[in-house]
Design a protein around this ligand. Sequence first.
Ligand SMILES: Nc1ncnc2c1ncn2[C@@H]1O[C@H](COP(=O)(O)OP(=O)(O)OP(=O)(O)O)[C@@H](O)[C@H]1O
Length: 858
Amino acid sequence: MMAQYLALREEAGDCLLFYRMGDFFELFFEDARTASTILDIALTTRGEHLGQPIPMCGVPVHAAESYLARLIKAGCRVAIAEQVETPAEAKKRGGSKALVARDIVRFVTAGTLTEEALLEPRRANVLAAACELRGSVGIAACDISTGRMALEECAPERLAAALARLGASELVVPEGWEAGPEGAIRRGAHEFSADGGEARLKGIHGVATLDGFGAFTRSMLAAAGGLIAYLDHVGRGALPLLLPPEARAGDAVLAMDEATRASLEILEAAQGGRRGSLIDAIDRCVTGAGARQLAEDLSAPLMSRAAIAERLELVEWLHRHALLREDLRAALRALPDVGRALGRVVAGRGSPRDLGQLRDGLAGARRVGDRLADLEGVPVLLERLLPDLAGHGALVDHFERALVPAPPTERGQGGYIASGYDAALDELRVMSGNARRAIAALEAKYRDETGVAALKIKHNNVLGYFIEVPQRHADRLLEAESGFSHRQTMAGAMRFNALALHEEAARITEAGAHALAAEESHFEALVAEAVASRQAIALTAAALARIDVAAGQAERAAEGNWTRPQVVDGLSLEIEGGRHPVVEAALKAQGERFVANDCRLASHDRLWLIGGPNMGGKSTFLRQNALIVLLAQAGGFVPARSARIGLVDRLFSRVGASDNLARGRSTFMVEMVETAAILAQATERSFVILDEVGRGTSTYDGLALAWAVAEAVHETNRCRCLFATHYHELARLAETCEALSLHHVRAREWKGDLVLLHELADGPADRSYGLAVARLAGVPPKVISRAKSVLDKLEKGRAETGGLAAGLGDLPLFVAAQEAREEACDTLRDTLRALDVDALSPRDALEILYDLKREAGA
Ligand SMILES: Nc1ncnc2c1ncn2[C@@H]1O[C@H](COP(=O)(O)OP(=O)(O)OP(=O)(O)O)[C@@H](O)[C@H]1O
């Protein structure tokens, strides 16, 4: 056994090996140590290897899924080694001592799950592969629980942002690719071949060319090759559901890097988990598939005004028709997760219940479609989705006839094929039913014959059917001519067999085995039928999800009095009465009111410098505007009185100083890395929010950096930007930067207490309220009064010297300064170029030298 185990262990590579022994999966050696710690189960030993006891732990097969879920969550991958023959087959093959053959039947990894118990219903599970080919990176991503697959290409420096958008739970890259992200799974580079990828995709979808699906580049196809090879490996050759790939253009979506996503808390809050995130505040989907689609929409807001308008039109229509929306949501809520059931069925891990879910889901989709089809003025997007909801009539009818209303998850016991579907199966069931009744009759007969009223006929898996009597009555059955034969003695009871019972039991077993085989073959036929329609079923699932998202968005909008945004060309951003959906919900829960604020950015006023006290609402204001842009371009309503948004190509957020100690960078370093990314990438069409840049270092350094960054954003990037700062000195930028304006969040001191109004007003902040905020926070009065005297001294010093920013007024704008220098260089160059040195007398030459020196101001 050790030899077999070690061979499989070798094959499992860096996965934990689940080694099937009877009713348990056992783990040995290091695997056992790792698993027992993660799962908190007992570590024992079994036998010896090289003179040492072998550490072992095990999990029961029937409960393996929950243990697997915990291991996967902890970042492990697991290889499942099953017995691939029965003990009887092993005996026949190699004699009584032969070991049952085992093989790894699949690998369970975070990105390749299909089991309902292991997946989160409201979250997609993405597996991605990436590789670089002649300077461009191809990315293939799929969710095998629903079969969706997309291919895209990007420049190497945009890989991190693309991966952040995809949020893959597993990433596969070629060995030896240095730019490949840390933590990715490395596979042989030969698997990432464009020709190989193309051939596999053609083979899977049975087409001679991929043109019908979209235009794919060589790097996209290479990544697809790597992805499919990995799926082959983990499924041991059995490929999961893969739908035709979509080609995704890199610039089709609003770009956001990882830091921006994290700071806007789109799908996950800063402290981890969904609670407190944007999606948590807006998700009103009634199906898991809808919630997954919404997450995808929010991760990849659109760049096409037409596509955004289509989504918005549908949301508005459902917003307007409240009763219809209610109806629709009630119908959708009752539907099973068709996409995921299909994923399991195609992966060969489907159960009768999954087939039942397909039947119910598709029938429900048809009803939803029928309900919508008769309506007038249906939005274009919905009109396009309607055909996808219908069209499964034959399959639904067939499944309705074939399956019982609520089929079980296990098929080992049968009982899922409906009666009336197969006459032969019905007959087998009648036979076994008759035999069961005959056994019940036998019990009464035996009681009569023996006079033992406590006699019972029972059944267990070891003995099958048997007769049981209490010990004290056993004598009668033990008599030589009684017709009963003894089988087992228990404490207080004895068990017997009898010929008639044996015959009836055999009839049940035989009929049962035939019935099971018949059900099994029907099951396979039904699976094949579903697999053959997989693309159409997946389209139906996607259509239901899209309708659920729109209805959910409409519901949220109605709940919160949200408005339809206008997404336009141009570089303005006009939001009236904007609110932050998460902060507003949190305040509402405490019975407090959120103060709505306006934001009006335009080409001539594109950088707002926002000051005001701590806790005054600056960060909230910055984020709410970024979120409104994101929601609008994702095709949803926004929390504002009105919103007119010039399409944004990239969104950047640098909010708060979030430590990233895990990556070994200090807060300030993180801040600067992210700021550098913004300065390098923001375009005129981008929207940037910067919160207290420079806060993480000394006052002088911080102010200097904040100053220079604001100038660069204004002069070079020329993007729309909200810039929150504590440095009053920055207000002087308004003198030199014509498209920069000053704003502040209002506060008032009343009877010595600070009142934060959370209201945005024009003009610079009049003063800081640091001490008042500190008092509000409960800093002891003694410390506050000491701080006050220090402050008085500092302010006196400032009045005398002109303060921190004294002299900055004379500082030319950095771009202007550079241009001036370049201009001077040019005159110098021109003069020199015009000189005919050979024709100059020494005296002229000297004169010219004097002139040049004078011009250079030296
Ligand atoms: N518009 C608003 N209406 C009502 N309450 C608000 C509003 N904006 C912010 N708040 C409340 O004020 C708190 C602080 O807001 P925020 O963090 O945005 O302030 P800040 O000015 O950025 O503070 P700091 O400078 O300390 O980072 C929020 O948690 C929220 O409870």
